[in-house]
Design a protein around this ligand. Structure first.
Ligand SMILES: [Zn+2]
Length: 465
């Protein structure tokens, strides 16, 4: 089934590109990861724990911020023997990193790291350092995860993705364009994905006939709805990979129906690249445990129970240049009810990613309205093209709606009544029809946005990159 180009690419061009030109260990790590995914869960967790112990010892010795933390708790770098020991270490927030970045760099890696930034959809951007070895791990993990959807380098891929913000230097633009040409990738900017762009995108995809489409979930969903009315689709991808945001069942169904292929959800971030991804059995997302230690915890710090939503806390096992230990990324996930996946991989699961796109809306009576409520209601109205719920005060919300043809008063009244049922009588609900709802700086779309003071907000994850 693999095309000649893909074969040549994988056997000749890619090893040359990765090893000789860039001298990376990516292929070696990928080989290891292809094997380790089939290990038993116990063996994988054992491997993960040993990597964690090494990291903590290093951080305690070489990273001033962590030396201080271990000391203040009367611990040495080798005192962490169990998960309950590990929980004695504090949660690291984005604000902690902004405030202490220099103290968080490892002394023995100064000058040997690269710097990267997250966009910061809710606050100022976050800058952090990482090592080339850590980069190799990330890329290998990402390639494996995308491989579960059947995506390999050299295949024809279309990406509906956030393109560099601002004005990147010309050499960088040319370099990225060349890189994509070699990799057989077409890129469409999801930051500007209006009808004109979607029309162009569909025409180009009909010519290019991608084997894989990778995109942010909301632009993919909007595109599927556009294609439904403006088709036809003259290609049949092998798979679609949704990324960067959680995915609702109705979104997955619509995308599958329109493009006639399976949809694989993945979860990643600028800080770590791929964190978790679905295999073809879709029992949840398999965590990248060889590279990351991922916790899902309640606000009081205890682990979330199966089926319960909690904060995602990440420790990067291989970024020795600037160790991220118990880092609160700002997204939420549901702890798995299924203990293992039917595919046979030992990699632990997370049930679903809730992401930052769904802030919780609060009422003055102390009620929490899960962000999930709104997409489930709004999908019933064909004339709602896009919407966003914004809460600035505890007793008021704004419902912004971009409407298309087919608006019906009777449906609008029904919508208002349903929302009133949930918000109660004390909440003032303003309905505003707008032409456009801007994306965040990182190209993500936020369905619900809570701008309440931290004291009114619960939970209060820090800004999301
Ligand atoms: Zn699986």
């Amino acid at each position: 089934m693999t095309s000649m180009y893909t074969q040549i690419f994988q056997k000749i061009l890619l090893p040359f590109h990765e090893k000789v030109i860039k001298r990376r260990n990516i292929l070696d790590y990928r080989e290891f990861l292809e094997e380790s995914q089939w290990w038993s869960k116990e063996k994988l967790l054992d491997y993960q724990w040993k990597e964690l112990e090494k990291l903590l010892k290093h951080a305690c010795q070489e990273v001033p911020h962590w030396t201080q933390i271990f000391k203040s708790r009367g611990l040495t770098g080798t005192d962490i023997k169990s998960y309950s020991d590990f929980q004695k270490l504090p949660i690291t927030t984005k604000d902690d990193i902004r405030a202490n970045k220099n103290q968080m760099a490892a002394k023995n890696y100064i000058g040997k790291t690269w710097t990267k930034a997250t966009g910061g959809s809710t606050g100022t951007p976050l800058q952090f350092d990482y090592t080339s070895d850590s980069y190799d791990w990330r890329v290998a993990i990402s390639k494996r995860g995308y491989g579960w959807a059947g995506c390999e380098d050299g295949m024809k891929q279309a990406m509906i993705w956030g393109v560099d913000i601002g004005n990147p230097p010309a050499f960088k633009k040319i370099k990225s364009a060349l890189h994509r040409r070699v990799l057989n990738i077409r890129l469409f900017n999801s930051f500007k994905f209006d009808e004109t762009q979607m029309r162009k995108c569909l025409a180009e995809l009909n010519r290019f006939k991608p084997e894989i489409i990778i995109g942010y979930t909301n632009p993919l969903y909007n595109f599927a709805r556009f294609v439904q009315d403006n088709g036809p689709v003259k290609f049949r991808p092998q798979a679609i990979i949704s990324a960067a945001e959680g995915i609702h069942d109705f979104q997955r169904k619509k995308i599958q129906e329109i493009f006639q292929c399976d949809v694989f959800n993945t979860y990643g971030s600028r800080e770590f690249m791929l964190i978790a991804a679905e295999c073809k059995d879709h029992k949840g997302l398999h965590l990248s445990v060889e590279n990351l230690f991922v916790e899902i915890i309640r606000d009081d710090g205890s682990p979330a129970k199966p089926g319960e939503m909690g904060n995602i806390i990440i420790t990067d096992l291989h970024n020795y240049g600037m160790p991220f230990i118990r880092y609160q990324i700002g997204d939420m996930a549901v702890a798995p009810r299924e203990p293992e996946c039917s595919c046979g991989r030992g990699l632990p699961l997370v049930e679903s990613i809730v992401g930052r796109s769904l802030d919780i809306i609060r009422t003055s009576e102390g009620k929490a309205i899960p962000g999930e409520f709104f997409p489930h209601l709004m999908k019933e109205f064909r004339w709602v093209k896009q919407f966003q719920i914004v809460q600035d005060k505890i007793d008021a919300v704004q419902v912004k709606i971009v409407k298309t043809d087919g608006f019906k008063d009777v449906e609008f009244n029904f919508m208002k009544a349903e929302i009133k049922k949930i918000t109660g009588d004390k909440m003032a609900v303003d309905y505003i029809f707008v032409d456009d709802i801007p994306l965040t700086k990182t190209g993500k779309f936020r369905v619900t946005v809570s701008n309440l003071e931290i004291k009114d907000k619960f939970p209060s994850p820090s800004g999301r990159g």
